[in-house]
Design a protein around this ligand. Structure first.
Ligand code: SF4
Length: 370
Protein backbone atom coordinates (compact mmCIF):
# COMPACT_ATOMS: atom_id res chain seq x y z
CA UNK A 1 0.00 0.00 0.00
CA UNK A 2 1.05 3.56 -0.54
CA UNK A 3 2.12 5.40 2.56
CA UNK A 4 1.14 9.03 2.08
CA UNK A 5 2.37 11.53 4.57
CA UNK A 6 4.69 14.46 5.02
CA UNK A 7 8.15 14.06 3.53
CA UNK A 8 11.15 14.15 5.80
CA UNK A 9 12.88 17.48 5.31
CA UNK A 10 16.19 17.33 7.02
CA UNK A 11 18.42 20.25 6.15
CA UNK A 12 22.13 20.07 5.72
CA UNK A 13 24.04 23.08 6.89
CA UNK A 14 27.53 21.82 6.38
CA UNK A 15 29.67 20.48 3.58
CA UNK A 16 30.33 22.25 0.34
CA UNK A 17 27.06 24.02 0.01
CA UNK A 18 25.95 25.47 3.39
CA UNK A 19 24.32 28.73 2.23
CA UNK A 20 23.61 27.38 -1.21
CA UNK A 21 21.79 24.43 0.24
CA UNK A 22 19.84 26.54 2.68
CA UNK A 23 18.57 29.07 0.14
CA UNK A 24 17.65 26.48 -2.48
CA UNK A 25 15.94 24.21 0.05
CA UNK A 26 14.00 27.13 1.54
CA UNK A 27 12.83 28.06 -1.94
CA UNK A 28 11.87 24.46 -2.70
CA UNK A 29 9.80 24.09 0.44
CA UNK A 30 7.85 27.24 -0.46
CA UNK A 31 7.42 26.77 -4.18
CA UNK A 32 7.56 23.09 -5.05
CA UNK A 33 4.65 21.62 -6.96
CA UNK A 34 2.39 19.38 -4.94
CA UNK A 35 2.91 16.24 -7.02
CA UNK A 36 1.38 12.99 -5.78
CA UNK A 37 4.64 11.01 -5.81
CA UNK A 38 6.15 13.65 -3.53
CA UNK A 39 3.72 12.62 -0.80
CA UNK A 40 5.07 9.11 -0.48
CA UNK A 41 8.30 7.39 0.47
CA UNK A 42 7.14 4.08 -1.00
CA UNK A 43 10.13 3.09 -3.19
CA UNK A 44 7.92 1.13 -5.58
CA UNK A 45 5.62 4.12 -6.15
CA UNK A 46 8.65 6.36 -6.66
CA UNK A 47 10.19 3.90 -9.12
CA UNK A 48 6.92 3.92 -11.11
CA UNK A 49 6.87 7.72 -11.15
CA UNK A 50 10.49 7.98 -12.30
CA UNK A 51 9.95 5.59 -15.20
CA UNK A 52 6.69 7.27 -16.22
CA UNK A 53 8.26 10.73 -16.12
CA UNK A 54 11.00 9.84 -18.60
CA UNK A 55 10.05 11.56 -21.87
CA UNK A 56 6.55 12.40 -20.59
CA UNK A 57 5.20 15.64 -19.15
CA UNK A 58 4.32 15.88 -15.46
CA UNK A 59 0.74 16.97 -16.26
CA UNK A 60 0.18 13.78 -18.27
CA UNK A 61 1.81 11.50 -15.71
CA UNK A 62 -0.07 12.70 -12.60
CA UNK A 63 -3.37 11.01 -13.36
CA UNK A 64 -1.79 7.97 -15.01
CA UNK A 65 0.46 7.34 -12.02
CA UNK A 66 -2.57 7.32 -9.69
CA UNK A 67 -4.50 4.92 -11.93
CA UNK A 68 -1.50 2.65 -12.31
CA UNK A 69 -1.01 2.42 -8.55
CA UNK A 70 -4.70 1.85 -7.93
CA UNK A 71 -4.52 -1.15 -10.23
CA UNK A 72 -1.03 -2.33 -9.23
CA UNK A 73 -0.54 -1.03 -5.67
CA UNK A 74 2.67 -2.95 -4.96
CA UNK A 75 5.48 -4.97 -6.50
CA UNK A 76 3.58 -8.23 -6.04
CA UNK A 77 0.51 -6.97 -7.92
CA UNK A 78 2.55 -5.67 -10.83
CA UNK A 79 4.80 -8.73 -11.01
CA UNK A 80 1.74 -11.00 -11.16
CA UNK A 81 -0.08 -9.00 -13.86
CA UNK A 82 -0.23 -9.93 -17.53
CA UNK A 83 1.81 -7.93 -20.03
CA UNK A 84 -1.41 -6.85 -21.77
CA UNK A 85 -2.88 -5.47 -18.54
CA UNK A 86 0.28 -3.46 -17.88
CA UNK A 87 0.39 -2.12 -21.44
CA UNK A 88 -3.32 -1.23 -21.30
CA UNK A 89 -2.65 0.97 -18.25
CA UNK A 90 0.29 2.53 -20.08
CA UNK A 91 -1.75 3.25 -23.25
CA UNK A 92 -1.17 6.79 -24.46
CA UNK A 93 1.97 7.40 -22.39
CA UNK A 94 4.25 6.37 -25.25
CA UNK A 95 7.68 4.74 -25.03
CA UNK A 96 6.06 1.41 -24.26
CA UNK A 97 9.40 -0.26 -23.69
CA UNK A 98 9.36 1.47 -20.31
CA UNK A 99 6.17 -0.38 -19.37
CA UNK A 100 7.67 -3.73 -20.31
CA UNK A 101 10.84 -2.93 -18.39
CA UNK A 102 8.93 -1.79 -15.32
CA UNK A 103 6.96 -5.03 -15.46
CA UNK A 104 10.21 -7.03 -15.75
CA UNK A 105 11.76 -4.97 -12.92
CA UNK A 106 8.81 -5.80 -10.65
CA UNK A 107 9.33 -9.50 -11.36
CA UNK A 108 13.06 -9.18 -10.67
CA UNK A 109 12.34 -7.39 -7.37
CA UNK A 110 9.87 -10.11 -6.40
CA UNK A 111 12.15 -12.98 -7.42
CA UNK A 112 15.58 -11.65 -6.46
CA UNK A 113 14.92 -9.17 -3.67
CA UNK A 114 12.02 -10.75 -1.80
CA UNK A 115 9.60 -8.11 -3.07
CA UNK A 116 11.52 -5.18 -1.59
CA UNK A 117 12.95 -2.48 -3.86
CA UNK A 118 16.70 -2.40 -3.22
CA UNK A 119 18.04 0.76 -1.60
CA UNK A 120 21.51 0.81 -3.18
CA UNK A 121 21.91 2.53 -6.55
CA UNK A 122 24.19 -0.29 -7.75
CA UNK A 123 21.49 -2.91 -7.04
CA UNK A 124 18.81 -0.72 -8.58
CA UNK A 125 20.86 -0.43 -11.77
CA UNK A 126 20.73 -4.18 -12.18
CA UNK A 127 16.96 -3.98 -12.67
CA UNK A 128 15.57 -3.93 -16.22
CA UNK A 129 15.10 -0.40 -17.52
CA UNK A 130 16.82 1.28 -14.57
CA UNK A 131 19.74 3.43 -15.70
CA UNK A 132 22.08 5.67 -13.77
CA UNK A 133 19.59 8.53 -13.45
CA UNK A 134 16.65 6.40 -12.28
CA UNK A 135 18.79 4.42 -9.83
CA UNK A 136 20.16 7.60 -8.25
CA UNK A 137 16.70 9.20 -8.15
CA UNK A 138 15.06 6.23 -6.40
CA UNK A 139 17.99 5.66 -4.02
CA UNK A 140 18.04 9.31 -2.94
CA UNK A 141 14.32 10.14 -2.93
CA UNK A 142 13.04 6.88 -1.40
CA UNK A 143 16.02 5.94 0.78
CA UNK A 144 17.87 9.23 1.23
CA UNK A 145 21.08 7.75 -0.12
CA UNK A 146 23.61 10.42 -1.19
CA UNK A 147 23.28 9.74 -4.91
CA UNK A 148 23.09 12.56 -7.49
CA UNK A 149 20.58 12.03 -10.31
CA UNK A 150 21.25 14.52 -13.09
CA UNK A 151 18.28 14.99 -15.40
CA UNK A 152 17.99 17.74 -18.01
CA UNK A 153 16.69 20.26 -15.49
CA UNK A 154 19.41 19.62 -12.90
CA UNK A 155 22.08 19.66 -15.63
CA UNK A 156 20.93 23.07 -16.85
CA UNK A 157 20.93 24.58 -13.37
CA UNK A 158 24.38 23.19 -12.55
CA UNK A 159 25.83 24.24 -15.91
CA UNK A 160 24.68 27.82 -15.34
CA UNK A 161 25.38 28.02 -11.66
CA UNK A 162 28.99 26.80 -12.10
CA UNK A 163 29.56 27.95 -15.68
CA UNK A 164 30.13 24.52 -17.16
CA UNK A 165 29.78 24.70 -20.93
CA UNK A 166 29.38 21.84 -23.37
CA UNK A 167 27.04 19.01 -24.29
CA UNK A 168 25.27 18.21 -21.01
CA UNK A 169 24.14 14.79 -22.23
CA UNK A 170 27.43 13.08 -22.96
CA UNK A 171 31.19 13.48 -23.04
CA UNK A 172 33.48 15.57 -20.82
CA UNK A 173 30.90 18.28 -20.04
CA UNK A 174 28.38 15.70 -18.83
CA UNK A 175 31.06 14.12 -16.63
CA UNK A 176 31.95 17.52 -15.14
CA UNK A 177 28.29 18.12 -14.34
CA UNK A 178 27.99 14.68 -12.73
CA UNK A 179 31.06 15.37 -10.59
CA UNK A 180 29.67 18.73 -9.47
CA UNK A 181 26.30 17.15 -8.66
CA UNK A 182 28.06 14.47 -6.60
CA UNK A 183 30.01 17.12 -4.67
CA UNK A 184 26.84 19.01 -3.82
CA UNK A 185 24.59 16.17 -2.73
CA UNK A 186 24.28 16.17 1.09
CA UNK A 187 25.86 13.16 2.78
CA UNK A 188 24.38 13.71 6.21
CA UNK A 189 20.72 13.42 5.28
CA UNK A 190 18.36 15.27 2.97
CA UNK A 191 19.82 14.00 -0.34
CA UNK A 192 16.41 13.25 -1.80
CA UNK A 193 15.03 16.67 -1.00
CA UNK A 194 18.15 18.39 -2.31
CA UNK A 195 18.03 16.52 -5.61
CA UNK A 196 14.36 17.31 -6.07
CA UNK A 197 15.01 20.98 -5.27
CA UNK A 198 17.71 21.16 -7.95
CA UNK A 199 15.45 19.56 -10.55
CA UNK A 200 12.47 21.70 -9.53
CA UNK A 201 14.54 24.87 -9.92
CA UNK A 202 15.30 23.82 -13.49
CA UNK A 203 11.64 23.00 -14.17
CA UNK A 204 10.17 26.22 -12.73
CA UNK A 205 12.81 28.98 -12.73
CA UNK A 206 16.00 28.16 -14.63
CA UNK A 207 14.11 27.65 -17.87
CA UNK A 208 15.94 26.70 -21.08
CA UNK A 209 15.31 29.91 -23.08
CA UNK A 210 14.26 32.46 -20.49
CA UNK A 211 15.73 31.76 -17.07
CA UNK A 212 13.92 33.78 -14.40
CA UNK A 213 17.06 34.88 -12.57
CA UNK A 214 15.16 37.59 -10.67
CA UNK A 215 13.17 34.87 -8.88
CA UNK A 216 16.07 32.46 -8.38
CA UNK A 217 17.27 31.55 -4.88
CA UNK A 218 20.86 30.96 -6.05
CA UNK A 219 21.20 34.05 -8.24
CA UNK A 220 23.74 35.68 -5.94
CA UNK A 221 26.22 32.85 -6.51
CA UNK A 222 25.32 31.98 -10.10
CA UNK A 223 28.24 32.33 -12.52
CA UNK A 224 26.15 32.47 -15.69
CA UNK A 225 23.79 35.10 -14.25
CA UNK A 226 26.80 37.23 -13.27
CA UNK A 227 28.07 36.99 -16.85
CA UNK A 228 24.73 38.29 -18.06
CA UNK A 229 23.88 35.61 -20.63
CA UNK A 230 22.80 32.53 -18.71
CA UNK A 231 20.97 30.98 -21.68
CA UNK A 232 24.39 30.33 -23.31
CA UNK A 233 24.80 27.45 -20.84
CA UNK A 234 25.10 24.51 -20.96
CA UNK A 235 25.87 24.97 -24.67
CA UNK A 236 25.19 23.17 -27.90
CA UNK A 237 24.22 19.53 -27.73
CA UNK A 238 23.46 17.08 -30.48
CA UNK A 239 20.67 18.33 -32.71
CA UNK A 240 17.82 15.85 -32.76
CA UNK A 241 15.33 16.98 -35.33
CA UNK A 242 12.53 14.41 -35.72
CA UNK A 243 12.13 12.71 -39.08
CA UNK A 244 8.74 13.60 -40.54
CA UNK A 245 6.62 10.80 -41.96
CA UNK A 246 3.03 10.33 -43.00
CA UNK A 247 0.84 7.26 -42.98
CA UNK A 248 -2.73 6.32 -43.92
CA UNK A 249 -4.88 4.44 -41.40
CA UNK A 250 -8.34 2.98 -41.87
CA UNK A 251 -11.03 3.09 -39.18
CA UNK A 252 -13.41 0.33 -40.26
CA UNK A 253 -16.69 -0.09 -38.42
CA UNK A 254 -18.96 -3.11 -38.53
CA UNK A 255 -22.03 -3.37 -36.29
CA UNK A 256 -20.73 -0.74 -33.89
CA UNK A 257 -17.27 -2.27 -33.46
CA UNK A 258 -14.00 -1.10 -34.97
CA UNK A 259 -11.24 -3.19 -36.45
CA UNK A 260 -7.86 -3.01 -34.68
CA UNK A 261 -4.68 -4.83 -35.64
CA UNK A 262 -2.00 -5.83 -33.18
CA UNK A 263 1.58 -4.81 -34.07
CA UNK A 264 3.84 -7.81 -34.47
CA UNK A 265 7.50 -8.34 -33.59
CA UNK A 266 9.64 -5.54 -34.97
CA UNK A 267 6.67 -3.20 -35.46
CA UNK A 268 6.58 -0.08 -33.31
CA UNK A 269 5.03 0.05 -30.79
CA UNK A 270 5.28 -3.71 -30.59
CA UNK A 271 2.32 -5.65 -29.19
CA UNK A 272 -0.09 -2.70 -29.18
CA UNK A 273 -3.36 -2.54 -31.08
CA UNK A 274 -3.83 0.17 -33.70
CA UNK A 275 -6.22 1.09 -36.46
CA UNK A 276 -4.67 -0.73 -39.43
CA UNK A 277 -2.22 1.14 -41.64
CA UNK A 278 -2.60 0.89 -45.40
CA UNK A 279 0.29 0.64 -47.88
CA UNK A 280 -0.79 3.72 -49.72
CA UNK A 281 1.36 6.83 -50.26
CA UNK A 282 -0.27 9.48 -48.11
CA UNK A 283 -0.34 12.00 -50.95
CA UNK A 284 -2.31 9.65 -53.18
CA UNK A 285 -4.86 8.42 -50.65
CA UNK A 286 -8.47 9.10 -51.59
CA UNK A 287 -11.67 7.53 -50.21
CA UNK A 288 -12.01 5.41 -53.39
CA UNK A 289 -8.38 4.22 -53.22
CA UNK A 290 -8.74 3.34 -49.52
CA UNK A 291 -11.98 1.39 -50.18
CA UNK A 292 -10.28 -0.57 -52.96
CA UNK A 293 -7.26 -1.39 -50.79
CA UNK A 294 -9.40 -2.58 -47.89
CA UNK A 295 -11.32 -4.95 -50.17
CA UNK A 296 -8.15 -6.25 -51.83
CA UNK A 297 -6.27 -6.86 -48.54
CA UNK A 298 -9.01 -8.15 -46.25
CA UNK A 299 -11.96 -8.97 -48.52
CA UNK A 300 -14.11 -6.32 -46.84
CA UNK A 301 -16.47 -4.25 -48.95
CA UNK A 302 -17.01 -0.82 -47.47
CA UNK A 303 -19.41 2.07 -47.92
CA UNK A 304 -19.39 5.74 -46.89
CA UNK A 305 -15.61 5.88 -47.00
CA UNK A 306 -14.41 9.38 -46.22
CA UNK A 307 -11.43 11.20 -44.82
CA UNK A 308 -12.04 11.97 -41.18
CA UNK A 309 -9.04 14.15 -40.44
CA UNK A 310 -5.43 13.93 -39.34
CA UNK A 311 -3.60 13.27 -36.09
CA UNK A 312 0.07 13.81 -35.37
CA UNK A 313 2.10 11.78 -32.98
CA UNK A 314 5.72 11.11 -32.17
CA UNK A 315 7.53 7.79 -31.86
CA UNK A 316 11.14 8.12 -30.73
CA UNK A 317 12.71 10.42 -33.35
CA UNK A 318 9.82 10.18 -35.83
CA UNK A 319 7.06 12.74 -36.14
CA UNK A 320 4.18 11.00 -37.87
CA UNK A 321 1.18 12.61 -39.55
CA UNK A 322 -1.69 10.13 -39.79
CA UNK A 323 -4.43 10.63 -42.38
CA UNK A 324 -7.49 8.83 -41.06
CA UNK A 325 -10.15 7.37 -43.37
CA UNK A 326 -13.34 5.96 -41.85
CA UNK A 327 -15.74 3.56 -43.55
CA UNK A 328 -18.58 1.15 -42.79
CA UNK A 329 -18.07 -2.52 -43.65
CA UNK A 330 -21.07 -3.96 -45.47
CA UNK A 331 -19.86 -7.36 -46.70
CA UNK A 332 -17.00 -9.82 -46.33
CA UNK A 333 -15.63 -12.34 -43.82
CA UNK A 334 -16.12 -11.82 -40.09
CA UNK A 335 -12.40 -11.09 -39.63
CA UNK A 336 -9.43 -10.54 -41.95
CA UNK A 337 -7.38 -13.70 -42.70
CA UNK A 338 -5.00 -14.81 -39.95
CA UNK A 339 -2.09 -14.35 -42.33
CA UNK A 340 -2.75 -10.58 -42.19
CA UNK A 341 -2.04 -10.48 -38.43
CA UNK A 342 -3.94 -10.49 -35.16
CA UNK A 343 -7.14 -8.49 -35.24
CA UNK A 344 -9.88 -7.55 -32.79
CA UNK A 345 -13.15 -5.77 -33.28
CA UNK A 346 -13.98 -3.51 -30.33
CA UNK A 347 -16.47 -0.83 -29.39
CA UNK A 348 -14.83 2.54 -28.72
CA UNK A 349 -16.16 2.41 -25.16
CA UNK A 350 -14.05 -0.72 -24.49
CA UNK A 351 -10.81 0.56 -25.96
CA UNK A 352 -9.31 1.10 -22.51
CA UNK A 353 -9.34 -2.67 -21.91
CA UNK A 354 -6.74 -3.22 -24.65
CA UNK A 355 -3.12 -2.12 -24.94
CA UNK A 356 -3.42 0.60 -27.57
CA UNK A 357 -1.05 3.27 -28.84
CA UNK A 358 -1.40 7.01 -28.28
CA UNK A 359 -2.20 7.45 -31.98
CA UNK A 360 -5.07 4.98 -31.58
CA UNK A 361 -6.52 7.01 -28.71
CA UNK A 362 -6.26 10.19 -30.80
CA UNK A 363 -8.05 8.53 -33.73
CA UNK A 364 -10.72 7.21 -31.35
CA UNK A 365 -11.32 10.80 -30.19
CA UNK A 366 -11.76 11.84 -33.85
CA UNK A 367 -14.28 9.01 -34.33
CA UNK A 368 -16.19 9.97 -31.19
CA UNK A 369 -16.55 13.53 -32.49
CA UNK A 370 -17.90 12.55 -35.93
S1 SF4 B 1 20.44 32.70 -11.47
FE1 SF4 B 1 19.43 32.38 -13.41
S2 SF4 B 1 20.83 31.16 -14.61
FE2 SF4 B 1 21.52 31.04 -12.50
S3 SF4 B 1 20.59 29.18 -11.74
FE3 SF4 B 1 19.21 30.86 -11.24
S4 SF4 B 1 17.75 31.00 -12.94
FE4 SF4 B 1 19.49 29.72 -13.60
Amino acid sequence: MLAFGPMRTKTTAGGIGGDRHRSLLAWYRRHRRDLPWRRTRDPYAILVSELMLQQTRVAVVEDRWRRFLERFPDVEALAGASADDVLALWSGLGYYRRARQLHAAARAIRDRHGGRVPAEAARLRELPGVGAYTAAAVASIAFDRPEPPVDGNAARVLARWFRLRGDARSGPAARRLARRAAELVPRDGGAGEWNQALMELGALVCLPRRPRCGACPVASSCGAAAEGRPERYPGPGRATRPVRESVVRAALERNGRWLLRRNGAGETPEGLFEFPALPCPSGRATPAAVARLVERRWGWRVEDCRELGTVRHQILARSILVRVFAARVVAGPAMPPRSAGTFRRVALSRLSELPVSGATLKIARLLARR
